[in-house]
Design a protein around this ligand. Structure first.
Ligand code: GLN
Length: 338
């Protein structure tokens, strides 16, 4: 054997040893497989009731997983920016529950699923503004109205701050999306007024709706959402920055509302199939939390009839199932007496 040949054999041997020593992480395998599986899926349609959302490229598709020890696994359009929309409801709730306490959320907003679409006026009428929850628009605008602060500016500063702490970086508002929604949000303005009429709004209705519209236009990428989800998975502490964003005692309460109302009136189907508390936005993002393990987020703009991203739902379901992440799924113990 000449020298070049034996060197080549040695190199091949060490490469194969290295490959054996470091098999790919199962999370990486699951993320890659889910991304590939739904890459060409074309079901669903961008939200179009907010004109700026109809113009987003429907082909954009990214998956990000961030573990509670800060490891990151991602694939696809990870840097693409989009508006956070209803996912902001989770972090505005976090701000209110931290400042005003769990009882205030229960008494002043409510925590039961309405069983109605997220911007239902029938749901308000049914309960005279009571028994909403922070993830349907009436309860969400009421939650925004409850954020600490004497002025709209103070409330907005707190809302932006908690989003930034959960994402671990400075965030900005997509002004095009904000203006587009502000010009067409008559229904949300009506919802806020009606909630005020029932004594269930805690700040000026016009200003509350405007701040709510602004929070929905916060610009994020799928990595930001995964870090935000991982913060909840990690007992409220951002696993990348180490900052305690939400107290550990409040996290299970936030996750409970995500489980019952995070995917609107399809929340039951979602929990049945996936088991992870999640939250979707009409911008095409969904985040989900595997408590004690990881946060996952997927971005893909086309939505189903309920308003949830089609590819995001399927990709999260696949990754969660591949990693056995359903917190309700427990192996039976062996050897116990019947
Ligand atoms: N800003 C949107 C609205 O209020 C958010 C809705 C959503 O993401 N489901 O209609």
């Amino acid at each position: 054997m000449n020298l070049a040949r034996s060197l080549a054999v040695l190199l091949a041997l060490s490469l194969s040893l290295a490959a054996r020593a470091a098999p790919p992480d199962p999370i990486e395998v699951a993320v890659d497989a889910a991304w590939e599986k739904y890459r060409t899926l074309q079901e669903g349609k961008n939200a179009d009731y907010i004109p700026a959302l109809a113009r987003v490229d429907p082909k954009l598709y990214g998956i990000s997983v961030v573990t509670v020890d800060g490891k990151v696994f991602e694939k696809g359009d990870v840097a693409a920016r989009f508006s956070i929309q209803s996912i902001s409801k989770v972090f505005t709730l976090a701000s209110v529950i931290e400042h005003s306490g769990a009882k205030a959320v229960l008494d002043k907003i409510g925590v039961d699923a309405t069983g109605q679409v997220f911007n239902s006026i029938v749901a308000i009428e049914q309960h005279k503004g009571a028994e909403m929850n922070p993830f349907v628009n009436p309860g969400a605008i009421a939650t925004t109205s409850l954020v600490e602060g004497a002025t709209g500016e103070e409330k907005w500063a707190r809302i932006l701050a908690i989003h930034e702490e959960a994402a671990g970086r400075k965030l900005t508002v997509d002004e095009t999306v904000y203006r587009s929604e502000a010009a067409t949000n008559g229904r949300n303005q009506a919802i806020a007024k009606l909630m005020q009429a029932y004594g269930r709004l805690y700040f000026d209705p016009g200003e509350s709706t405007d701040i709510y519209t602004r929070q929905c236009a916060i610009s994020v990428n799928v990595h930001d959402l995964a870090v935000m989800a991982a913060t909840l998975a990690n007992g409220g502490r951002n696993p990348v920055t180490g900052k305690q964003v939400v107290s550990s005692a409040n996290v299970p309460r936030i996750l409970a509302i995500m489980a019952t109302a995070g995917l609107y009136d399809d929340s039951g189907i979602w929990l049945y199939q996936v088991g992870l508390p999640g939250k979707s936005g009409v911008g095409g993002g969904i985040l989900a939390v595997a408590p004690g393990r990881f946060g996952i987020a997927v971005f893909s703009p086309p939505l189903d009839a309920t308003g949830n991203s089609v590819r995001a739902q399927r990709a999260i379901r696949d990754v969660s199932s591949a990693l056995d992440a359903n917190p309700y799924s427990v192996k039976a113990r062996k050897g116990q007496a019947p």
